[in-house]
Design a protein around this ligand. Structure first.
Ligand code: SF4
Ligand code: FES
Length: 199
């Protein structure tokens, strides 16, 4: 596979063609924060916390590092005043949904995010899809999925599948960036109160 040469934070970096900027950064020992990424899963691009700045062909733009493949001669910055401002805003928006998440709190301290900037609409789920995608892509069970859309979007377990598969697994619980108990609660509820098939 072709090797791509580019620059990241002033360092010369090499990566195989097709590698994402995020993977190349990690291999080069450069930290980029993420909330919806897991190396075992297909990139999803939901949280945008991994936003980095690119310079190529005389222009600058901001992209999600987990989705963007490295390019020859690219100049990448993983931290700058503008990047920090973008991450701060993302964290402030997410904190309105998941105000008690220790992971969001740690990141907020780092980026100076104001946890009270936006009115709270606590649902705990930030729609990162890690639990849903892990169950589908790694476990191949599809026991958990998203229900509803827009602001009321949330995870839901399929009781018929969950009652057979989940008790011995629960591998999605620790993946959740907002609360281990979020998935546990939804699972317990789904098993205790399965929907009435007659509607
Ligand atoms: S419950 Fe947690 S892991 Fe699942 S989509 Fe929501 S935030 Fe992500
Ligand atoms: S980690 Fe890249 S968009 Fe979430």
């Amino acid at each position: 596979m072709r090797e791509i040469l580019f620059q990241m934070d002033g360092k010369d970096v090499k990566a195989a063609e097709g590698t994402s900027v995020l993977s190349a950064a990690r291999s080069a020992g450069i930290h980029i924060p993420t909330l919806c990424h897991d190396d075992r899963l297909e990139p999803y691009g939901a949280c945008r916390l991994c936003t980095v700045e690119l310079e190529a062909r005389g222009g600058k733009r901001f992209v999600a590092a987990c989705l963007y493949p490295v390019e020859q001669g690219l100049v990448v910055r993983t931290r700058s005043e503008r990047i920090d401002r973008i991450r701060k805003l993302i964290l402030e928006l997410l904190l309105a949904h998941a105000p008690c998440s220790p992971q969001l709190e740690d990141l907020s301290r780092e980026y100076g995010a104001d946890r009270d900037r936006f009115e709270k609409e606590a649902q705990f789920c930030i729609h990162c899809g890690l639990c849903v995608r892990y169950c589908a892509e790694v476990k191949k069970k599809n026991a958990v999925g998203f229900v509803e859309r827009g602001i009321t979007k949330a995870i839901g377990f399929v009781p018929e599948v969950a009652s057979v598969e989940c008790n011995g697994c629960k591998e999605c619980f620790p993946l959740c960036p907002t609360s281990y108990l979020q998935a546990a609660f939804v699972l317990t509820e789904a098993l205790a109160f399965p929907p009435d098939p007659k509607g």
